[in-house]
Ligand binder design. Structure first.
Ligand code: ADP
Ligand code: MG
Length: 320
């Protein structure tokens, strides 16, 4: 452990990964020059379409996939030169739901604690089961657990060694709404207690609701990396063009607060956040400025659209 806490829970610099071709896969450049900083204490969303490279990035951090070039640090520890420290600083909830069905949740956590060398006196098996809502199932066979419970058991397993960074790779794929909600309650509680959370998903709404920072990866490259707030303020923007009945020399003063711009003598363009300024309010203001509206057209964007815009490849010949 470094003496003081790192500013960034995870950092990558110019990280690249090319999978060598084999029998099952052709060769694949899965990460291209990925430089990312995940601030300590954040709830960080890594979004991207299938095949974008999310799991590759996560698995490199976890020590499961070997990088081709560049560097990465987890909690200040270089994954190549301080592998043990890096690995003990991160817990991964994998995308696949593979759990040994013959263990009970309690046994599974105890085995995992043993693997990580957690001393008996430091084990928190019951507290962790409680936290993920599996206290009642502590001694049940895992094969009797529902999909959502298994997912939460994987979260518990990733927490056994108390890593300061917890990564969830597509944790809600195929999980029903109630269980998702429960999972998010658990994860938020962890974050409240100081754990840095990294979530990969392609559910944009989920990321928007949970994450305070979002990066979008597409075909191995980071295409957006910003706070959710900034991203949303970019998105919470509507544009309305109003054509009026009269030639204007300037924007009438009562319309200035609405971000109006005069495009040609009769056309006013308003750029405004629809969440705070209802479109009707602007139209009323136009009328009370003594203008009659001849024509109106609006354009708007949301996270979905921005995402599609960034990750759409018209005719780009790249196999996924
Ligand atoms: P995501 O998690 O965003 O869906 P992945 O990181 O799993 O994306 O995959 C990124 C790209 O790398 C995909 O094109 C995928 O087919 C390829 N890939 C993943 N794992 C391997 C592997 N072991 N060998 C070859 N190619 C792989
Ligand atoms: Mg994946």
């Amino acid at each position: 452990m470094p003496d003081c806490l790192p500013d960034n829970a995870v950092e990558t610099e110019h990280l690249c990964k090319t999978y060598r071709g084999g029998k099952r896969h052709p060769g694949k450049e899965a990460l291209k020059d990925v430089s990312l900083a995940i601030p300590r204490g954040s709830f960080f969303g890594l979004l991207g379409p299938n095949g974008a490279g999310k799991s590759t990035l996560i698995n490199i951090l976890a020590g499961l996939v070997v990088k081709t070039a560049g560097s990465a640090r987890v909690w200040g520890h270089d994954i190549a030169t301080e592998m043990r420290a890096a690995r003990s600083s991160i817990g991964i909830v994998p995308q696949e739901l593979n759990i040994d069905p013959f263990f009970t949740p309690r046994e599974l956590l105890e085995v995992q604690a043993g693997l990580y060398g957690v001393a008996l006196s430091k084990r928190r098996t019951d507290a962790i089961l409680e936290l993920v809502g599996l206290a009642e199932q502590a001694n049940a066979y895992t094969r009797s657990l529902s999909g959502g419970m298994r997912r939460r058991l994987l979260v518990a397993k990733a927490m056994v060694h108390s890593p300061p960074v917890l990564v969830l790779d597509e944790p809600t794929a195929g999980v029903d709404v109630d269980l998702r909600r429960q999972l998010w309650v658990n994860v938020r509680e962890l974050r409240r207690r100081g754990t840095t959370i990294v979530l990969t998903t392609h559910y944009l709404e989920e990321a928007q609701a949970l994450c305070n920072h979002i990066a979008i990866i597409d075909r191995g490259r980071i295409v957006i990396d910003d706070s959710t707030e900034n991203l949303l303020s970019r998105i919470d923007a509507k544009q309305m063009t109003v054509t009026v009945d009269r030639e204007l020399a300037e924007v009438p003063p009562p319309l200035r607060p609405y971000g109006a711009e005069l495009v040609n003598g009769r056309r006013l363009v308003f750029r405004y956040p629809p969440s705070r300024t209802p479109t009707g309010e602007i139209l009323k203001a136009v009328e009370s400025a003594g203008l009659a509206v001849i024509d109106v057209s609006t354009k708007e964007a949301d996270l979905e659209q921005i995402f599609l815009q960034l990750t759409r490849h018209d005719g780009a010949p790249e196999a996924v």
